[in-house]
Ligand binder design. Structure first.
Ligand code: HEC
Length: 167
């Protein structure tokens, strides 16, 4: 029957198209994270929180942040178990901090807010009960180095600038 033939053809074209679409989404740098869109703004109680002065460039702070990030200080806090020791995610869906094009859209306040409160309905839990504010900033100082090494957030300019220029 001609009709049935057409239907089958349409179905096959559909399946082929779907397959191509899936392949296209999975490819490229930062694979599978979807389009680079800005994160939501930080809620009021986080909007004015910023990295303590001098911490973006303090090697001791960054080292302490690394220890926390890899679970060396507290095994209950192990960011690397999902985000990867070297920033290459090891759990599906975990944010890839190596993607500087995406991460530069996160202010330090938004980043800190997400570490503190997590992302609802995802594997990213709130950490504020397990980490002091200082420890959260230390982790951020380390975590930013995967995609934004040497940069710091300038709260006046509202952008990432060379860390030693942050006022
Ligand atoms: C159990 C796995 C897991 C652990 C452990 C984990 N994360 Fe995540 N994290 C995720 C996932 C999944 C996402 C992506 C959430 C989403 O879809 O927006 C994420 C996203 C993030 C984001 C970006 C949020 C956004 O708005 O895009 C930051 C920042 C982050 N994690 C920091 C951390 C830090 C710091 C730690 C350790 C204290 C940590 N994560 C531990 C799974 C994890």
């Amino acid at each position: 029957m001609k009709q049935a033939g057409m239907k089958r053809l349409a179905l096959m074209v559909g399946i082929l198209g779907f397959g191509l679409g899936v392949t296209a989404c999975g490819g490229g740098e930062g694979g599978g994270e979807g389009p680079v869109v800005p994160p939501p703004p930080a809620p009021a109680e986080y909007a004015d929180k910023h990295m303590p002065a001098g911490w973006w460039t303090d090697p001791k702070i960054i080292e302490e942040g690394k220890e926390l990030y890899i679970g060396g200080k507290n095994p209950d806090v192990n960011c690397a178990s999902c985000h990867g020791k070297d920033g290459k995610p090891v759990k599906a869906g975990a944010r890839d901090f190596r993607n500087g094009d995406r991460m530069k859209l996160y202010s330090d306040s938004v980043w800190f807010w997400r570490i503190s409160e997590g992302v609802p309905n995802t594997k990213m839990k709130p950490w504020k009960s397990k980490l002091s504010e200082e420890d959260r900033w230390k982790i951020l100082a380390f975590e930013r180095s995967f995609g934004l090494a040497g940069k710091g957030w300038d709260a006046n300019k509202k952008e990432w600038v060379p860390a030693d220029q942050v006022k």
